[in-house]
Design a protein around this ligand. Structure first.
Ligand code: COS
Length: 378
């Protein structure tokens, strides 16, 4: 058993940490308030090699592993979970191609993302259909050598800004998951449009959209895997990408702890720093316990992915555990800050708003418990 990172991983972690300190922390609050995506961060992430890191070597990418991706994710989320989501939703968007595309498709679709800054997106959820992912309403009809897509997707991170979107659709509404298909849709496809979703509670620097498909035509060779493989490609993707959500949650909790330690040392009550009171000390200890256990489970899940071993069970545990742990840590950080924690002057109220989404997206934590309990009872 080996708990230490390699030299390369430590360098990558330091790169992401420096990037977060320099490019993310100073602007996080501003873009949260403006509800705008800071595109310059995407460009700078591309320049330093922190964007779309999962693209394989043969498509011109860095070919980094899941643990590498998670180390980056923990650092980014320390600065801003919304900005984490921009970059990591792009990794989510490219993962169906890692799972289900041919080498030729990977080169065709992913190489452009290694040549200039660009994002990918993953479109599974629909306005009336989220947890029951197989019951999708968006249709794909074959017309000669083209797929024609009609329908609406909902809650899509990077939606409309992404160069490519992997869209899951059904060829037969009665056919369940066996009628699903995964299709790559380019940003400029005629009939494809996006509407930005505003007034989100948190993660407001990330762009979340409704996507509308009106007779959108894509060539048949934009199809990933075989007919009927769409749902399984989506599930295999999420089994992997829920792990970075766990890593990001640990980043949020780490920030909650650091801010709480700083504040507790500076703030005085009853003639001494509040850090001297056990009521505060125990909150800090509790946060540290969550961070350490959360990191162990996300790193184990990531390691399993990198070893090519089954990882769905651990990924679901990591996602559910870490996101709830982060929410609790952010909540307690506000409590440590008292009234000051409740206003935007300190970053802790944003941590709470941002962390809530981690318990919902990439499969609600209730769905994670479905995945975990099904594995137990199988
Ligand atoms: N990996 C590979 N295959 C999988 C799989 C996985 N993780 N999970 C299910 N499958 C396969 C099953 O083996 C089954 O295949 P066969 O019919 O060939 O035996 C098929 O897919 C259907 O599986 P199942 O019957 O378990 O599907 P359900 O409709 O019951 O759905 C859940 C399972 C609820 C787990 C799934 O719909 C889900 O994950 N929902 C949440 C979606 C989500 O995360 N959305 C967020 C979008 S991104 S923000």
């Amino acid at each position: 058993m080996e708990f230490s990172l390699t030299d390369e991983q430590r360098q990558l972690q330091q790169l992401a940490r420096d990037f977060t300190r320099r490019e993310i922390i100073p602007i996080a609050s501003e873009y949260d308030q403006k509800e705008e995506m800071p595109w310059q961060v995407v460009e700078k992430a591309f320049e330093v090699g922190l964007l779309n890191v999962g693209i394989p070597d043969h498509a011109g990418g860095l070919g980094l592993g899941m643990l590498d991706e998670c180390l980056i994710g923990e650092e980014l989320a320390y600065g801003c979970m919304g900005i984490f989501t921009i970059l990591m939703a792009s990794e989510l968007g490219i993962t169906p191609l890692l799972v289900g595309a041919t080498e030729e498709q990977q080169k065709r679709f992913l190489t452009p993302l290694t040549e200039k800054p660009g994002l990918a997106a993953f479109a599974l959820s629909e306005p009336n259909n989220g947890s029951d992912a197989a019951a999708m309403h968006t249709t794909a009809v074959l017309d000669g050598d083209e797929w024609v897509i009609n329908g609406t997707k909902m809650w899509i991170s990077n939606g409309g800004a992404a160069e490519l979107t992997v869209v899951f659709a059904t060829t037969d509404r009665q056919g369940g998951h066996r009628a699903s298909v995964a299709l790559v849709v380019p940003k400029d496809a005629p009939g494809f449009s996006a509407n930005k979703i505003k007034h989100k509670m948190g993660q407001r620097a990330s762009l979340t959209s409704e996507l509308v498909f009106e007779n959108v035509r894509v060539p048949r060779d934009n199809q990933l895997g075989g007919l009927g493989d769409g749902f399984k490609i989506a599930m295999k993707t999420l089994d992997k990408t829920r792990i970075p959500v766990a890593a990001g949650s640990v980043g949020i909790a780490r920030r909650a702890l650091d801010e709480s330690v700083k504040y507790a040392r500076a703030r005085e009550a009853f003639g001494k720093p509040i850090a001297d009171f056990q009521a505060i000390q125990f909150k800090l200890a509790e946060m540290a316990m969550g961070i350490e256990t959360g990191r162990l489970i996300y790193q184990k899940a990531a390691w399993l992915v990198d070893q090519g071993q089954p990882h769905g069970f651990e990924s679901a545990i990591a996602k559910a555990y870490c996101s709830e742990m982060a929410f609790n840590a952010a909540n307690e950080a506000i409590q440590v800050h008292g009234g000051y924690g409740y206003v935007g002057e300190y970053p802790v109220e944003k941590l709470l708003r941002d962390s809530k989404l981690n318990t919902i997206y990439e499969g609600t934590n209730e769905i994670q418990r479905v995945v975990i309990s099904r594995a137990l009872l199988r």
